[in-house]
Design a protein around this ligand. Structure first.
Ligand code: NAG
Ligand code: NAG
Ligand code: NAG
Ligand code: NAG
Length: 872
């Protein structure tokens, strides 16, 4: 009908307009001018009605009628409230206003008016309403849950009713499988993660040509699920521990921990902290009350799950009771140590002096057993260390050790082994007194508990009744001492100390004896004789008078004097017994005695001796540092510090020293002068024992001879071979010696000793030319009988190896006098080597001679003194 009717209407209007213009008849006009208006509800709408004439005064009574034929009023009357429409008069027309168009407003609305009071004008318009597409329930983000059925909501309304279809990610959805389009949404059966995506819900109204789309983002949610979770965890008391609740889901779940017994949410609890995102529950300073059930709750949009978990709190062991005990020997000791803890600890023991712990049960030493009993009620383990037949050695500290998973606890306890007194540590069996000296007799009784000590003298109790200022008691035990002043013989005797404690008693006897002077000395020997000195040796007294010998003494006088004018000298025992300051060629008488704390014994062992003649001094001994192959290395290239020991002067004071030094070289193992003139120096200061040789040639050997001189003549020379250092003087000071390490020096000395030995051997062979090898040489050299001699021998062997080893000049191989020429002199006629023939005759009268050092003086020694040889 539309096209034709609209065309007809237009024609009619055109016709009316023309008629009006032609006939001058006005007409009503309604705008919008379509006879039918199709409008969506809920919108406001306005219709206007007017008359197009020049003279508006001619138009009156302009009205709007509703579909029921009622006149529509303005917005002040009740009609507009009731119907939701009203009119407004404007200068050139009348508006009909619908503030909000509703379905009930549909129908024909007529506008009427009168023209020149005669002509009735009317015009009608038809209003149709429709409902636009409205998204009633279609959220733009929706979250189905995995594995369930979910309807993607898209409730759309329109009138006429809309057609709805769906797109997924831009493509038409495949209906029929898991997807079912329903009026209010798209039902997805058994949602999978692949259902995530952008869904489009599209509504079309054919009548109105309306089309609307709604994009809905679908994200599949997955309910939380626990990963592998333990059902119990163990924490240690007072430590910090944590446990993690592990669950996944989409979106990731958040966590909560709840204590089962109190339903307390631990997120805010003291000492607890919960990380809502990671699920970690941390407990600080775990207490034993934390032991129990807990619940971990994991929640996300898709669901909520719970996991129950038991927290076991391990309590560290604690030693509750451990007492010291005291037990007598041979009884059974039981050390009990109670320890608490969860789980209940194992208790064992260790003796502090040992590093090994005892094992549970019987030990290797089967007297010792360790037991554990559980006291469930108190939650304690009682460990017992049981030692049967305890010995004194079991006394000591025992450590109780309680162990469980939470840790270890230690405590020491003392096992005191009581025992009866013993005097094992009282060494005193005898005591001595003399000259009424007070003396202490002392007892120390070992025992536990301490013993008390009483004393008896020869079975008479020493108590208050034994009133005697000469016996004083100090100490009642375990130590006690009697100070006795034996003014009378009765105080000498058996002193018995008796120690008593609850386990028994013990006695110890100390005999107090009177000490005496030593008996006579058995023998005195005149060992070494010079013109002015004698060295003695003694064979002590047969009876030392019960006390150790302290000194030996000599009483001596010149033969012509009376014993009353005798002089004396004492020496502490074991010192060199040297008597000095004697006159040469004077005959002396000697008596000897030993001395102990009581005093000197009787003077006895008479001897007499005529001192030898004055003679030239003994050979001065040159002091040297270490030698290499018998050569002393000088630390300097051009000088050498010579030091020596003052020799015995043999009756006349030394008035000078003479030093001679010559350059030498070694020829066939002998030091031979090289033909350069020798230097000589006299030193008249006799106190001197040091002289610096200067202007020496570097890297050269020198033989130095030192002689002492007195009125009678020169001594034999002390000799040394030195070698000056190479090149310029090294900065080494003389006292430091050569810059060699001790190790190097030792090895050099050892090497040089070996070389010396070989040297001697070869020399022997060369000189004797009889095929004498080392064996023979050893035989000759081996006849030395005295250690001192051997020392000197070795000293001289490198200097004079040939005469020393060769037997050509020797009157007999047994005569050691041959080795050292200066000892080759008779006691009374000691002279420098001038009279060689003398020696053989003299030798007959000397039973045995050895060379001995005392105080660095070399002298003749005898095993016994032979008086007749000393005749002048
Ligand atoms: C046990 O003995 C030890 C060592 O002798 C001591 O230090 C500790 O105080 C004693 N304990 C008791 C309870 O007597
Ligand atoms: C004996 O012992 C006591 C106490 O120790 C001490 O005072 C005294 O001097 C001692 N007497 C002697 C002679 O040692
Ligand atoms: C036992 O004697 C010792 C040594 O005199 C002493 O140190 C200790 O205190 C005494 N003990 C007792 C229980 O008297
Ligand atoms: C030793 O001599 C001194 C004086 O020189 C004298 O007083 C002392 O009594 C003498 N000793 C002996 C044991 O004769």
């Amino acid at each position: 009908m539309g096209k034709f009717s609209r065309g007809a209407v237009q024609l009619t209007c055109l016709f009316a307009l023309i008629t009006e213009m032609v006939l001058g008849t006005p007409e009503l006009r309604i705008l919008p001018s379509q006879p039918t208006l199709n409008r969506p509800i809920s919108q406001s709408m306005l219709l206007s009605c007017r008359v197009d004439v020049e003279n508006k005064i001619l138009v009156t009574n302009l009205q709007w009628y509703d579909p029921t034929g009622r006149v529509i009023g303005d917005n002040t009357d009740s009609y507009s409230l009731e119907t939701g429409m009203h009119i407004e008069r404007m200068p050139d027309g009348l508006f009909l206003i619908f503030p909000m168009l509703q379905e009930r407003h549909a129908g024909n609305y007529t506008c009427t008016a009168k023209y020149t009071n005669t002509e009735e004008l009317s015009k009608t318009v038809n209003i149709k309403t429709f409902v636009a597409i409205t998204w009633e329930d279609a959220p733009e983000e929706q979250y189905p849950i995995l594995m369930s059925d979910y309807k993607v909501r898209c409730k759309v309304t329109a009138k006429p009713a809309p057609l709805v279809d769906w797109l997924q990610n831009g493509d038409p959805i495949k209906v029929g499988g898991r997807y079912i389009i329903e009026t209010d949404g798209l039902l997805i059966q058994n949602v999978t993660e692949a259902d995530d995506g952008m869904y489009t819900c599209r509504a079309i109204v054919i009548d109105t040509g309306e089309l609307s789309e709604r994009n809905i983002r679908v994200e599949v949610h997955i309910p939380p699920k626990f990963e592998k979770m333990e059902s119990s965890v163990t924490m240690v008391e007072s430590e910090t521990a944590s446990v993690t609740c592990r669950a996944h889901g989409k979106p990731p779940p958040t966590f909560m921990w709840i204590k089962s017994s109190t339903q307390q949410d631990l997120t805010t609890a003291d000492r607890f902290s919960v990380d809502r995102l990671t699920g970690v529950l941390t407990i600080r300073d775990v207490s034993k009350d934390d032991d129990g059930g807990y619940k971990c709750v994991a929640t996300n949009a898709a669901g909520k799950i719970e996991h129950a978990l038991k927290i076991n709190v391990t309590l560290k062991p604690r030693i509750v009771a451990y007492k010291n005990i005291s037990i007598p020997t041979n009884k059974q000791a039981r050390l009990s140590c109670s320890a608490s803890g969860r789980p209940m600890p194992t208790v064992t023991f260790r003796k502090l002096t040992s590093s090994d712990r005892f094992v549970l049960g019987v030990q290797k030493d089967d007297r010792i057993v360790v037991e554990n009993t559980l006291d469930i009620e108190r939650g304690e383990t009682v460990g017992s260390l049981i030692i049967s037949n305890i010995l004194r050695t079991d006394d000591g500290l025992y450590e109780c050790i309680a162990i469980n998973e939470g840790g270890v606890a230690f405590k020491n306890g003392h096992l005191t082994v009581e025992f009866k007194p013993s005097f094992a540590s009282t060494p005193m069996h005898e005591a001595w007194s003399w000259h009424n000296n007070p003396v202490n007799v002392t007892c120390l009784a070992e025992s536990i508990p301490n013993a008390t000590i009483t004393w008896r003298l020869n079975n008479i109790e020493i108590n208050e009744k034994f009133v005697d200022m000469n016996v004083r008691k100090f100490g009642e035990g375990p130590w006690s001492s009697l100070q006795i002043t034996p003014l009378d013989r009765k105080y000498y005797g058996r002193y018995t100390c008796k120690a008593v404690n609850q386990h028994g008693s013990a006695e110890h006897v100390i005999v107090l004896k009177e000490a005496k002077r030593p008996s006579e000395i058995l023998q005195a020997k005149l060992d070494v004789i010079t013109a002015t000195t004698i060295t003695f040796s003694f064979i002590g007294p047969a009876d030392n008078g019960s006390l150790p010998t302290r000194n030996y003494g000599v009483l001596y006088k010149e033969a012509r004097q009376d014993w009353r004018d005798a002089k004396n000298k004492t020496w502490p025992i074991d010192s060199p017994y040297i008597l000095e300051g004697l006159e040469p060629q004077t005959t002396y008488n000697f008596k000897f005695a030993a001395q102990n704390d009581v005093g000197f014994g009787d003077w006895a062992a008479q001897e007499h001796l005529t001192m030898p003649k004055r003679s030239s001094p003994e050979e001065p001994r040159i002091l040297t540092n270490t030698k290499e192959e018998g050569v002393v290395m000088s630390p300097y290239s051009s000088r050498y510090e010579l030091t020596w020991k003052i020799p015995a002067h043999n009756g006349e004071p030394i008035d000078q020293y003479t030093i001679k030094f010559c350059r030498v070289k070694r020829v066939d193992g002998m030091w031979t002068e090289m033909g350069y003139p020798c230097d000589s120096k006299d030193i008249s200061s006799t106190e001197n024992t040091m002289y610096v040789l200067k202007n020496l040639v570097p890297d050269a050997y020198y033989k130095i001879e030192l002689r002492a001189h007195n009125k009678i003549g020169f001594s034999l020379p002390g000799e040394v071979i030195i070698k000056t250092a190479r090149g310029g003087d090294t900065p080494v000071s003389a006292t430091e010696g050569p810059a060699l390490s001790t190790g190097a020096i030792v090895s050099i000395v050892v090497a040089s000793l070996i070389i010396i030995l070989i040297f001697i051997d070869v020399s022997c062979y060369l000189v004797n030319r009889t095929g004498l090898l080392m064996v023979i040489c050893e035989k000759i050299c081996g006849s030395r009988t005295n250690d001192e001699d051997a020392k000197l021998g070795s000293l001289y062997s490198w200097r004079f190896p040939l005469p020393y080893c060769s037997n050509k000049d020797s009157p007999g191989p047994g005569l050691i006098t041959e080795k050292v020429p200066e000892t080759n002199v008779s006691i009374d006629e000691k002279e420098p080597l001038k009279d060689a023939s003398n020696k053989t005759t003299i030798q007959g009268s000397i039973k045995k001679e050895t060379s001995v050092d005392f105080d660095m003086k070399k002298s003749i020694s005898r095993t016994s003194f032979v008086g007749k040889d000393s005749a002048v």
